[in-house]
Design a protein around this ligand. Structure first.
Ligand SMILES: *Cc1c(COP(=O)(O)O)cnc(C)c1O
Length: 390
């Protein structure tokens, strides 16, 4: 038995998005995308060196209010390098949430480290400061100012909270708690470009953070990512190791450490420059859609995930919380047959073969949410697209 009429939701989605198949999230290219791409091709600089990359970085830094932005091939690479620069090395542990996209944990693993899973808050769907404090107080032993896990003996060298679907987590509290234990915070801001906590952009709280510009994110470069930091030294290191650690020289090739070919190509950055111009308008339209959804779901008594008061979500992906696993399955089946794409939240990392042996705190809220959270269509509506640039 379901607590509401599924067809009402399908009708509401169709009122916003119209007929035909409605995807969960599609990109919009109605600005200078083609113009900048042509400029890029004409310049002959299509790869990892070029003006568009610097321009794109400048735009993202300006938009987010961070001092330095370093463009990478994708968000996962941005996170991997951020963790490395935060000091994560082989056999360390990194605290994160089980309710996240796999890329968070992949990046930890690429550093040779092990994720440890702490629960999320029911309202923000992001890492819970209370659960974090409880876990650290019970499992950490400080040795000369360094946090060690009493159970595993491993060093805990970073904490990676994630701003789920663009809803900011309680990042200030998380930073304060981690500070007590000398654990650097690296924000996974892959989903939260355009989201703010008390007027401060997400991704500007941790010592480093990672943003994604994948095709399904709020704005896209096809594939792409960005490392954000306010620390000049870290910014210089980030740029250095993402460009094969090449020592700048007009013609000689010399490298001073193992680096990565993680620099974003100029072609992708061209797309990014145009997308950043559109971002404020995209945020406005998405906010209107979310407000409409919120009112609708309020009326039919279905919880709609939203930011804490004082915080701003970018409304990247809208999410509702259904009554039970059975209701969720029935709703997914119904809406997808009706060609309105809906999707359950990710399987918890603690269930995946690669991570199921990792330590966790019981992840009670995460388990509850895993059975009930569903994403619903969240693109900029097609009839608003023409007016976006105005
Ligand atoms: C998209 C995403 C990433 C990774 O970004 P890519 O650009 O796809 O590599 C990392 N973390 C989260 C939470 C994401 O949603």
């Amino acid at each position: 038995m379901s607590s509401f009429d599924f067809s009402l939701v399908v009708d509401e989605v169709r009122t916003i998005y119209g007929k035909g198949f409605i995807p969960l999230h599609r990109p919009v290219f109605v600005g200078n995308e083609k113009k900048y791409l042509i400029e890029c091709i004409d310049s002959n600089f299509v790869s990892s060196v070029g003006e568009k990359v610097c321009e794109f970085e400048r735009r993202v830094a300006e938009f987010t209010g961070v001092k330095y932005a370093i463009a990478t091939v994708n968000g996962t690479a941005a996170l991997q390098v951020s963790l490395q620069l935060a000091g994560v090395v082989r056999n360390d542990e990194v605290i994160t949430q089980a309710l996240t996209f796999i890329a968070t944990c992949n990046a930890v693993t690429y550093c040779g480290a092990y994720p440890v899973f702490v629960d999320v808050d029911m309202d923000t769907l992001g890492l819970s400061p209370d659960a974090l404090q409880f876990f650290l107080e019970n499992h950490v032993e400080m040795k000369s100012g360094v946090a060690f896990n009493k159970t595993t003996g491993r060093r805990i060298s970073a904490c990676v909270p994630m701003h789920t679907f663009g809803i900011p987590c309680r990042i200030n509290e998380i930073i304060r708690i981690c500070h007590e234990f000398n654990i650097p915070v690296v924000e996974d801001a892959a989903e939260s470009l355009g989201s703010y906590v008390n007027g401060k952009h997400t991704g500007s709280f941790g010592i480093l953070s990672a943003v994604s510009f994948n095709g399904n994110k709020i704005v896209t470069t096809g594939g792409g990512g960005m490392i954000l930091t306010n620390d000049e030294g870290l910014a210089v290191r980030a740029k250095h190791i993402t460009t094969t650690s090449k020592i700048a020289h007009p013609y000689e090739f010399n490298h001073d450490e193992i680096g990565y070919n993680f620099r974003l190509p100029n072609l992708n950055a061209a797309l990014g420059c145009a997308q950043m111009e559109m971002l404020p308008n995209i945020l406005l339209v998405k906010n209107n859609v979310a407000k409409r959804y919120q009112e609708f779901f309020n009326n039919i008594g279905v919880p709609f995930a939203k930011a804490l008061s004082g915080d701003i979500s970018n409304h990247w992906l809208n999410a509702i919380v259904l009554n039970s696993y059975e209701e969720r399955q029935a709703f997914l089946e119904f809406s997808n047959i009706e060609e309105v794409m809906t999707r359950p939240v990710w399987r918890l990392m603690t269930h995946l073969e690669m991570f199921k042996h990792c330590q966790h705190d019981g992840v009670k809220n995460s388990l509850w949410l895993e059975d009930r959270v569903v994403n619903i269509p969240s693109s900029v509506p097609y009839d608003k697209i023409d007016t976006l640039g105005v």
